[in-house]
Design a protein around this ligand. Structure first.
Ligand code: PBG
Length: 328
């Protein structure tokens, strides 16, 4: 007969000892709430596949930011839905374009809100691709110019951080130099470094009206089969002076987050994307899962994998569930 002398259950006996040996926490400080800025006035258009998320015109977006800040969510990531689109996305880079307008509205309402702006062309191009099309594919180097123009326009409007999500080669250094030349040496860049060509972006493309009108994004976003290549993407972005690197999506790529954490000494963000959010919402609406517990477990897993920052549509609800507490 054998009875164990080592018993791991000893440290699980009650809440106090469990808390004492707790390894991972999720704090509201780690969470960034993505928001969709829409042209027009008094617009609050529900995104059907992402319950609780809306396209908001800028004055309502600013109000939403005030509410988020009061709840303890101190950072937002902005996407824009413009009135009209063009061939290159340059339409996003004017002083009165949707994102610069949204940034100014937020900063006027609540200057403390830390505003991150996604930099990409897919919401702004007629064809829905992330850059300028030449011979049926996105031209890398022409696209760099539109991305840099966006980043500079956002900086002029008062953005706190820019986050390029296009996956063009060399965009981090190109954007860095463009910002620096204009005097914005202190605006950090969060690079979507390991961004996979993923079906999990489906609901977002409805939300941002950014689905590609032909083909797919496989010539610029990464193959889900690859992990070594992700390390190469991250390494290059760090060399190009990225301040934070991102892995996206999060849940099917927790191994990539962990590998990045073990390999590089730089803050890591993970994007808990729209499809991951919508799956939870759909199952919860059917009464199949405990939404609050599942959501917390998911965010915990992303932190445990090694993410410092989590971009998540669950951020507001997490803050509401915490009722004034700062972490779980
Ligand atoms: C734009 C962009 C996308 C997402 C963030 N930035 C969509 C895409 O690449 O098609 C997805 C976010 C989400 O699904 O929540 N390039």
């Amino acid at each position: 007969m054998y009875f164990p002398s080592t018993r791991l259950r000893r440290l699980r006996a009650n809440p106090t000892i469990r808390a004492m040996v707790n390894e991972t926490t999720v704090s509201l400080d780690n969470l960034v709430m993505p928001l969709f800025a829409s042209a027009g006035k008094n617009i609050k258009k529900p995104i059907s596949s992402m319950p609780g998320n809306y396209q908001l015109s800028v004055e309502l977006l600013a109000q939403e930011c005030k509410e988020l800040y009061a709840l303890g969510i101190k950072s937002v990531l902005l996407f824009g839905i413009p009135e009209t689109k063009d061939d290159t996305g340059m339409i996003a880079a004017h002083d009165d374009s949707i994102i610069p307008s949204a940034i100014r509205a937020i900063k006027q309402e609540i200057p403390e809100m830390y505003v991150i702006a996604d930099v990409c062309n897919c919401e702004y191009t007629t064809h829905g691709h992330c850059g300028t099309i030449v011979n049926n594919d996105v031209d890398n180097d022409l696209t760099l110019k539109t991305l840099a123009a966006q980043a500079v326009a956002f900086a002029k409007a008062g953005v706190d951080m820019v986050a390029p999500s296009d996956m063009m080669d060399g965009r981090i250094v190109y954007i860095r130099e463009s910002l620096d030349e204009e005097g914005y040496t202190n605006i950090p860049i969060m690079a979507y470094s390991a961004k996979y060509a993923s079906a999990f972006y489906g609901p977002f493309r409805e939300a941002a009206e950014s689905a590609p009108q032909f083909g797919d994004r496989k010539t610029y976003q990464m193959n889900p089969a690859n992990s070594n290549e992700a390390m190469r993407e991250i390494e290059l972005d760090i060399e190009e002076a990225a301040d934070i690197i991102m892995v996206k999506p999060a849940l099917s790529y927790l191994d990539i987050i962990r590998r990045a954490k073990d390999t590089f000494n730089i803050p890591i963000a993970a994007y808990n994307v729209s499809g991951e959010f919508s799956m939870v919402k759909a199952a919860a609406a059917n009464g199949w899962i405990d939404e609050e517990r599942i959501t917390k477990e998911i965010l915990m897993s992303i932190r445990r994998a090694g993410a410092d920052i989590i971009l998540t549509y669950h951020a507001k609800e997490i803050a509401q569930w915490l009722k004034g507490e700062k972490y779980f």
